[in-house]
Design a protein around this ligand. Sequence first.
Ligand code: ATP
Ligand code: ZN
Ligand code: MG
Length: 500
Amino acid sequence: MKFTLNCSLIFSKGLEGVDIQGLLRESSAVLAKGAPRGEGARIARSELKDNRLDLMITSGRYARPHDAVFRLKNFLSEKLGRKYRVGIREIRADRYRIEFDVEREPKKKISMPFAKRIEFDGKRCVLELQNLDHEFLRGNYVDRMINLINEKIEKQHYEGKGEHWELIWQSKPKEPVWNKDPSREMERRGWIMHRGRGQWIFGPVVTKIMRTMEDIVVEKLLNPLNFDEVIIPKAVTWDVWKRSGHAKNLYGEIYYLCPPRSRDPGFWEEVTDIYKITGEIPEKLIKEKIRGPIGGMCYAQCPPFWPYLEGKTIADESLPIKIFDRSGTSMRYESGGIHGIERVDEFHRVEIVWIGYPDQVKKLHGEIVEHYRKIFNEILDLEWRMAWVTPWFMAQEGLTGFDEKKEVGTIDFEAYLPYKGSREESEWLEFQNASNNGDKYPKGFNVKSQGREQLHSGCTGIGLERWIVAFLAQKGLDPENWPSGFRKRLGELPPEIKFL
Ligand code: ATP
Ligand code: ZN
Ligand code: MG
């Protein structure tokens, strides 16, 4: 690594009579501190012009110039302040050149905000930045940019491969009752109705089916394992996603949350007037009257629970914490991906979260999977499978290494959809997952244990629309063909609403 920073220190007044070269020589020990001998930052050039000291600071891997310049600032402030009553008013950098080796060769061009130039020669990268202020240098942006370059290259190598997928278990094939698309059939019968984009109204029949599935989750999983219900907010502010890590990649799927600039009716009078006259919503005008997004609608259910624990130490007697939420919908902008009720913009999910010491979390993960297995085999009688997957975000968080032990990571539950084609060739539906998230959340939200050991956590999201699709795609719409364990819990279906 080779860092070259051209920067200037601006003093509160001219430095007449100060032996600046002497001071700079004296500062070399401070600049090199912590680095192996001869490898710390050093001042390669310096020139004093009135109250401005222009410097060229270079370094290898250690004591990088953007740190060194602040060490120098402190050093000079002390020396000059006391004796000459001169302060340092400002630090700015005209140019910062960083030459370093990336982990892998990029496959294509990389864009990078703040970079004036970014060039590669094999694994050698030259990054050039210009006109940097105090905040940029101080905030470690440079280190983050180097990490981001490596991350982007890594992503290029990942592209197309999707996630790492490894089969863990598969049920026996089950003879499906039919091979139709249940969404289409339910729509035809008026059980469900498409509204807006990716949003459905569930009529009484399908609602009863969904609630029965929820009841099964409560009876067969949540009660036996002693999970308690909580209510988690569904409007999520940025602070949550910053801590959960979602702020690193969600943007294309968020439904944004924009509060009004004022609730004063007078402020909105023009909007209401225009609507009353034209019958149209004046969207452009509304846009001027709302604030920028303060966050978005619930994407994953568990992150907005974590502020409840943030900064706290959890008593051992409360561990493992076992909670679940079913208090509202999740929303994702799925764009073109919408299909039937299995991929919708607004969906219903039961989210189950557990937090404890690593063995507690691992043990619960296993128990939950076993309870699911019973539900899918004995009550829903599904043809399904489990796969160990490593999602991209985990790879990004640098957690992939853990997954060799199959402890931290995600199990996807997938169901065969006969209407999509053969078992071998068609895409199965991920109808839920169960993750051991390791220390990601406790660390992100600074949640501590009473003991020395780092807390871990896990979560599993039961996508109810997807359960319905998996079940009905295999079992058809006629309760006669449904497994008895399910029918027993369902009771009678309510009558369909007839349309003339
Ligand atoms: P997919 O790959 O199908 O988009 P995902 O990986 O984005 O799913 P997760 O973020 O793991 O899904 O969400 C957990 C669960 O939430 C899924 O297993 C599924 O049951 C449900 N889910 C996610 N997105 C949707 C959606 N658009 N419509 C209905 N259910 C969904
Ligand atoms: Zn979760
Ligand atoms: Mg998705």
